[in-house]
Design a protein around this ligand. Sequence first.
Ligand code: AMP
Ligand code: MG
Length: 299
Amino acid sequence: MVKYSDKFRVEEGNTVRLDKIDAGFKNKYDQTSAQVEIERYTKRLRELQYLLYAEGKRSLLIILQAMDAGGKDGTINHVFSSMNPQGARVYGFKVPSAEEASHDFLWRIHQAAPQRGQVAIFNRSHYEDVLVSRVHDLVPRKVWKKRFELINDFEKNLVESGTHILKFYLHISADEQLRRFKQRIDDPARHWKISESDYKEREHWDDYTKAFEDALGRCSTKHAPWFIIPANHKWFRNLAVSQIVVEALESLKMEFPASSVDIKEIREKYHKAEEEEAAKNGKNGKKTERKNSNKAGLA
Ligand code: AMP
Ligand code: MG
């Protein structure tokens, strides 16, 4: 099995060249065979998220960045929708409001960081402040240049306090982007997604590419790695992202907290009569205990 966390991780300190990375990579998969694996991973993801929630000690932060139409929404819909909304939240970061803009650039981000036991998924993030802000000169060069270090320090702080961070750059080609825009034009249900600025931003493709390369190279750290996911094939993207997230959560070696009560005593006290009744009627009371209760169950 190919471990995509190794294959697609940006090594700390490496220079990134996106034109050297095949956005159409799909390994040995086609849509049907990928789907089988995606289902397996998303099911496991749900179990692991339940465990994270139950354990309540650590949190998970997933950051999604991409060019327009790169598949951030689709990844959330197809990979992360398997999670229980009680323990997971999605935050979309748009042009900062007047209040947000009057604080430091990490202020709004920090407020959305996940609390223990929770998963936060960022659809865009503080990386916009070294991407769009740089490409459109929203701040002077000397301001955005300092931000790489500020971002690394900020993420380190989150990691130190128990947050596991995974950052995904969904890599599509310029041709694929245009094809996706065209699909939106052809589908009335997706017309609402079209904005002319998306087409205008294509004129800045090379500037965005440069800005992404710097951000991915300078802010991929051991504690908060970037993964460059080939994303021209949506199903391959979903497969790679789901595998990486599952592997990361497995590596946390989480455990259910011990019960705060004496199970035997509670059983005796409140369930004895019912169990005896069931036994009398030919059912073995003990067997009513949930099967698979050693696995992270689905509440
Ligand atoms: P969308 O994701 O299509 O809803 O668009 C959100 C828009 O907000 C994109 O054009 C982003 O570039 C923009 N945006 C997000 N964060 C920032 C930021 N910190 N500064 C400026 N623009 C931003
Ligand atoms: Mg957009």
